[in-house]
Design a protein around this ligand. Structure first.
Ligand code: ADP
Length: 169
């Protein structure tokens, strides 16, 4: 069930009414975990100013990987993608913020690291499409869908950072 609605819990009352606050599902893929990039990747979203609302290290069952990537079922690389995602633990994260879905995609960079700009996660840290270290939801709707898919009720933490007035006017 889509229990984790994007309803923000924020310090400033006028922001709580803002429609721009979104949530996105970010996942550090098994290569990112194995290569010791967990701290580096989390740090980029933290420094940007987004709010972490969910975080766990998780061994993804095949069925969940297939559900998550069901839109890519017909692609020739689908079987490889599923074995890649289930090849070791992943770090599942929910992040919240103004425009977080599009902004996170920009921080992550293009799907093929060859096309990802330096300064982006994939541009700085990855070489190949099939080992591109991180996932980010591609729309606000998918952000909600994917968070509901990867997290159970009670695993998400809606909190109000006191720095909010310094990040959002
Ligand atoms: P993104 O993760 O940037 O949203 P897609 O949704 O198109 O990209 O693809 C999902 C994931 O599938 C990619 O991040 C990558 O791990 C894998 N993938 C996509 N295209 C290819 C490809 N041509 N060969 C191998 N893996 C691919």
């Amino acid at each position: 069930s889509l229990k984790c609605s994007a309803k923000p819990y924020i310090f400033l009352p006028h922001l709580a009414a803002s429609l721009e606050v979104e949530e996105t599902y970010i996942m550090i893929k098994p290569d990112g975990v194995q290569r010791g990039l967990v701290g580096e990747i989390i740090s980029r979203f933290e420094k940007k100013g987004f709010k972490l609302t969910g975080l766990k290290l998780f061994e993804c069952p095949k069925e969940l990987a297939e559900e998550h990537y069901k839109d890519l079922q017909s692609k020739s690389f689908f079987p490889n993608l599923i074995s890649y995602i289930t090849s070791g633990p992943v770090v599942c994260m929910a992040w919240e913020g103004v425009g977080v879905v599009e902004s996170a995609r920009k921080l992550i960079g293009a799907t093929n690291p060859l096309n990802a700009m330096p300064g982006t996660i994939r541009g700085d840290l990855a070489v190949q499409t099939g080992r591109n270290v991180v996932h980010g939801s591609d729309s606000p709707e998918n952000g909600i869908r994917e968070i509901a898919l990867w997290f159970k009720e009670g695993e998400l933490c809606k909190w109000a950072p006191t720095i909010d007035p310094w990040l959002n006017e």
